[in-house]
Design a protein around this ligand. Sequence first.
Ligand SMILES: Cc1cc2nc3c(=O)[nH]c(=O)nc-3n(C[C@H](O)[C@H](O)[C@H](O)COP(=O)(O)OP(=O)(O)OC[C@H]3O[C@@H](n4cnc5c(N)ncnc54)[C@H](O)[C@@H]3O)c2cc1C
Length: 375
Amino acid sequence: MIGAQSLTSKADTPQERARSIMGRLVDLGARYDAAPVFPIESLKLLQGADLHRTFAPQDAGGEVFADRQTQYDCMLSLLRIIGRADLSVGRLYEGHVNAMLLFEWFGTDAQKDVLRRALMSGAFYGVWATEPSPGVQLRESGAGWTLDGVKSFATGAGGLASAIITAQPGKGSRRLVIARADDENRTDLSQWRVRGMRATGSGQYDLGGMNVSVDDLLGEAGDYDRDPDFTTGAWRFTAVQLGGIEALLTETRAAMSSATRENSLQRAKFADAVAATRTAYLWVRECACRAAKSDPDGPAFARMTRGIVERAALDVMELASRIIGTRSAVDGQRIDKIIRDLSLYLRQAGPDYAKDQAALAWLDHDVWADGDALW
Ligand SMILES: Cc1cc2nc3c(=O)[nH]c(=O)nc-3n(C[C@H](O)[C@H](O)[C@H](O)COP(=O)(O)OP(=O)(O)OC[C@H]3O[C@@H](n4cnc5c(N)ncnc54)[C@H](O)[C@@H]3O)c2cc1C
């Protein structure tokens, strides 16, 4: 866990606090990219700005929002701002936010109390669902249960205090289990040799033999997979990815020399990059609104948004490289780091399936609709 310290004052907002630490997150991000270890200093900054509690349940020290839309507007801003600074830390923060929402939706009073104390001492959480076959099993043993199996792509493995993991019981749907995530002996980062997102340390974590009591079970069987909130929740990683695209556009503009700016061919590329970035923004913003309302069409909307953000990111990466040239690929350049991080972070589960499901939904009815249906 990270030692408690606070930079907060009652006058400021989470967004202002996030902006105030952006520059330091950028500098630290470059350091952790060059020598990848769990980015403890970056998380200390988030914790010092009290951003680790913002989306926690109110009983656990979370921010009081006027309503869910206001909460999600703030979430969208923070995910973008932190993603702009460093996509690895954005991914860690997104996992933590996801965990806070799961506690809010499914946590008991006792679990929220444990969470409150953990957050006071600076704990960060993850959510680990991805796993190699046959997946993590939850086996009955004595008065409780024991886990068996391994998680892969486990962001923050060995560095986070805890993770909410999915586990399959003998009968019924999968369950959520709150598990310690900081055991070095269970952590295997040997395969996490990647071109980007290095500081996420998304390696493997072996849960074998870990005891689970009833207090460690979060919600009921099948709760994690409940739609629309489960599938629509993909909007959060698109918001972090959007932050990366926005940072890339900003860096590209800054790197454009006077000669480049005076050239209409280069300006046309820049215009395309602006349009792609803002298109992604409009879809992610709309998707966050759908998520806040638990819109039944949220899953189709989020699946479409994933593809739009992916396309925008691929376009802006290409345009940035063509506008800036070889400088965009030089080690130590921020543009190079953002492109490497983004190109890996875009790889999320089942992209073709997601787009196909979105197309099926749109063929059925105009999912955008909102009083403006085209068919
Ligand atoms: C930086 C990073 C951090 C992550 N952190 C976490 C984490 O903390 N917790 C967590 O649970 N997960 C995490 N993940 C995992 C993530 O959620 C995805 O599971 C993972 O990225 C899938 O990547 P993939 O490209 O191998 O996807 P795949 O789904 O395997 O897609 C690869 C390709 O295969 C195709 N494909 C997939 N399935 C089929 C099929 N049935 N038939 C035909 N084609 C198919 C796809 O269309 C695509 O073209 C992380 C991933 C990254 C990159």
